[in-house]
Design a protein around this ligand. Structure first.
Ligand SMILES: Nc1ncnc2c1ncn2[C@@H]1O[C@H](COP(=O)(O)OP(=O)(O)OP(=O)(O)O)[C@@H](O)[C@H]1O
Ligand SMILES: [Mg+2]
Length: 254
């Protein structure tokens, strides 16, 4: 359902953020796009969404390419990002309504969709409170609901559990499980490698914009001779330790 074909992004000053990235994700599959800080994960998601034009290559969803139909492709995707802010002065209900109307739902569909999402994400207690007053975990539930307002076949999640406690992270992971069961094609970028081991069906390990390894966990373990994703990462970065020296944050979290 999602197909990336030699997707490449060169930023100004010759920073090759994503380098000839090709991969595909099927309906009902959770693909973990992993890699250290600066590997090119967010850049990849932004190109799939049509927010950032690729330097070369293309992304296709259900036969629709981002290069020729950037608006149509946005309707096919729900994006959940840890860095996406909510409109602080709106309530979750108003926010969901704003996006539902933006995606062309009529009044009846909008009311029904908000009721469904509110129940599913358990927003009831704070759906009419201003977003500014929500905790990080509550805000992330609203973010998840917002991403699904138009019931897209593809969901992209960029660090969806960042800043969440174990309960909040579990909500997100259960949510991803529900999406998988409903047949959506899903890409998750995360630094929580042990969490990713549990909920991703297949992995792509990006390093300096290049796909270094791809496969299921058993396949990756077999290929690298390592016992876990954390160990596979350590091995990957040992190949080129210089690259991690100028990163301010830790390359990944256990
Ligand atoms: N707007 C931009 N202009 C120039 N370079 C950029 C821009 N955005 C990202 N980059 C560079 O592209 C590379 C990939 O960045 P990207 O944000 O895609 O990485 P990431 O894998 O999402 O990292 P993180 O795990 O830290 O979120 C980095 O070297 C980054 O500095
Ligand atoms: Mg990122």
């Amino acid at each position: 359902m999602i197909e990336l074909d030699a997707l490449t992004k060169v930023y100004d000053e010759d920073v090759v953020a994503v380098d000839q990235l090709s991969l595909s994700v099927s309906p009902g599959e959770v693909y973990g796009l992993l890699g250290p800080n600066g590997a090119g994960k967010t850049t990849t998601l932004r190109m799939i969404l049509g927010l950032l034009p690729p330097t070369s290559g293309d992304a296709r969803i259900l036969g629709c390419t981002v290069s020729s139909e950037p608006l149509r492709i946005k309707r096919l995707i729900g994006l959940v990002s840890a860095s996406a802010g909510l409109y602080q002065w709106l309530t979750p209900r108003e926010l969901l309504r704003y996006f539902a109307v933006g995606f062309g739902l009529n009044e009846e569909q909008t009311v029904q969709r908000i009721a469904e999402l509110s129940e599913r994400m358990d927003l009831g207690r704070y759906i009419d409170r201003r977003c500014a007053t929500l905790s990080t975990g509550q805000a992330q539930r609203v973010n998840l609901a917002r991403a699904l307002v138009h019931d897209p076949p593809v969901v992209l999640l960029d660090e969806p559990t960042r800043g969440l406690d174990v309960v909040g992270a579990k909500v997100v992971i259960d949510f991803v499980g529900q999406l998988r069961e409903s047949g959506k094609a899903i890409i998750v970028c995360t630094h929580q490698l042990e969490e990713a081991e549990r909920f991703c069906d297949r992995f792509g390990l990006l390093y300096r914009g290049k796909l270094k390894y791809e496969g299921t966990l058993p396949e990756l373990k077999h290929e690298t001779g390592q016992g876990s994703l954390v160990d596979i990462f350590l091995e990957l970065m040992r190949d080129d330790p210089v690259s991690t020296d100028n990163e301010k944050e830790p390359a990944f979290a256990r």
